[in-house]
Design a protein around this ligand. Structure first.
Ligand SMILES: Cc1ncc(COP(=O)(O)O)c(C=O)c1O
Length: 481
């Protein structure tokens, strides 16, 4: 069809679209901390800046990152015991990961995996299946933990069938913030104001009798979703007997078990999957975080083949939840393939078990030394939680008004004060816990050595030796500086 245009339109010059005021890559790298703060406030998250300021994190601009350390604008080396909540198995910028990515770029390989079959997605799926016990052989690739968990729950729900639509989840759970998994994430802060799907039932974590009662009482239950070690909940574990009985109950009642290993998986606990400590295998699981080797966004859902085939195994059902646009991107897959090779070549799972046990042992000694400050240390491998006593009631009367002017989130919680001072005075970074403000999470890269543990313990010991009153005073002073 010919489109008629008016003569004046046909002859008018085409106006060039003006380039907006854009920051270039080199300008972005050179931004100073004040300008970064402005951009964060103007375009990213003004509310979050409040917490950054409270903790003193807003003064830091990271220029480089290598191995166990961040390096800031003043050349200060910050020891990373936060590890991106378990996203940095190899530390920062591992040379083998960088090399694999560089080569892939130089060879101008293809990225998008949805037009043709991808050798990279195929190889990564093979590697993940090779690392997975039993018949956990089928892999869906995505770009986040939430996406992997969405895929896991959808697959299990379809495989369970319409007569078993109910999904059980645990108190204190965290499975992501996207709309589907929000329904099984047990945090009122995250989900209070949203309408979430209501085919869910909540049980206490670690209480096998509660699970058994539920399975017996309600034949509509088809799926149970659990983090093997609760991360966001403050590093909470259940005993081996719980998992063994859970497997038996699921088999007996025909319920599918989805194990969320997004945070505790990938060698962090001292086994590739944390459930391997208990000699049981779930029906569906999920990985993300370190799967991208600290350089790429990669998440994966892994399912038993028969469960997968039941859900999506025919040409008619194959596309119901096939990979999304960015699932199986070339360079991301190559990064993850190299990552898995490095994980085993460098013995990092063994290191997580051994050096993690050493860290736990040294923390236990500190707990004995400061019984009024440290309430508990717990965890496995490099997934460790350190819980402080709630001090809001034990703090001397004179200091209570000072603390009461601080943010609600910090009242009664030593973690904010300790985390802030560890960074300011000792160049050490640790992680906070949203669900339990008294817990600090330690999830260093799996390359962490005893010398790093010693340095961390020395810093922590020195800080705690000041005593609670001085810690609080030092923190408050840093606020008015
Ligand atoms: C156990 C668990 N599941 C799911 C997620 C969601 O992962 P992501 O933040 O990559 O979406 C997280 C994130 O912290 C997690 O810890």
């Amino acid at each position: 069809m010919t489109v008629m245009t008016k003569p004046e339109q046909a002859t008018a010059p085409v106006a060039a679209i003006r380039k907006p005021n854009l920051i270039t890559v080199e300008q972005a790298k050179a931004l100073d901390v004040a300008r970064i703060t402005d951009l964060f406030k103007a375009h990213l998250n003004p509310g979050q800046l409040h917490f950054m300021k409270l903790l003193g994190f807003h003064k830091v601009k990271i220029e480089r990152a290598e191995g166990m350390f961040y390096i800031d604008q003043n050349g200060r080396k910050i020891l990373d015991f936060f590890g991106g909540f378990g996203s940095l198995a190899f530390g920062h910028n591992h040379p083998r990961i960088l090399e694999a990515r560089k080569k892939f770029q130089e060879e101008k390989r293809q990225e998008i995996a949805i037009a043709f079959m991808s050798q990279y997605a195929g190889a990564l799926a093979h590697n993940i299946a090779a690392c997975s016990p039993g018949d956990l052989d089928m892999v869906f690739l995505g770009s986040s933990g939430s996406e992997a968990m969405e895929a896991a729950v959808k697959l299990a729900e379809r495989a369970a069938g319409p007569k078993r639509p109910k999904v059980v989840y645990a108190e204190n759970s965290f499975h992501g913030k996207t709309k589907g998994v929000l329904a099984i994430t047990d945090g009122s802060l995250y989900r209070a104001d949203f309408k979430v799907v209501d085919n869910t039932v909540r049980v206490p974590f670690g209480d096998i009798d509660a699970v058994e009662r539920l399975f017996r009482a309600d034949p509509e239950i088809g799926v149970i979703v659990l983090e093997t070690i609760q991360g966001g909940g403050g590093i909470i574990q259940a005993p081996a007997a719980y998992w063994q009985k859970l497997r038996a109950l699921c088999d007996q009642h025909g319920v599918l078990w989805v194990a969320d290993e997004v945070q505790c998986g990938y060698g962090r606990s001292g086994r590739f999957y944390a459930f391997e400590h208990y000699g049981v295998v779930p029906d569906v699981t999920a990985l993300a975080k370190s799967l991208g080797a600290g350089k790429a966004a990669v998440g994966a859902m892994i399912a038993r083949r028969d469960v997968y085939m039941k859900a999506y195994g025919t040409p008619k059902t194959a596309m119901i939840h096939a990979m999304a646009t960015f699932g199986g991107m070339g360079e991301a897959c190559v990064t993850a393939i190299e990552g898995l090779n490095v994980l085993y070549d460098e013995g990092l799972i063994d290191n997580a078990a051994d050096t993690g046990a050493y860290l736990l042992e040294r923390l236990a000694a500190l707990k004995d030394k400061y019984p009024k400050i440290i309430k508990d240390v717990r965890g496995k491998g490099f997934m460790i939680g350190l819980e402080f006593h709630d001090f809001s009631q034990t703090l001397p009367m004179v200091l209570r008004p000072v603390v009461s002017v601080l943010d609600d989130k910090l009242k009664g919680s030593l973690s904010g004060f300790v985390g802030s001072l560890l960074l300011r005075d000792y160049d050490v970074l640790v992680a906070f816990t949203e669900y339990n403000r008294n817990v600090i999470r330690l999830e260093p890269p799996l390359i962490c050595q005893r010398e790093h543990v010693d340095r961390f313990i020395e810093a922590f010991d020195s800080l705690l030796s000041r005593g609670i009153v001085s810690i609080v005073k030092d923190f408050v002073k840093s606020q008015v500086r």
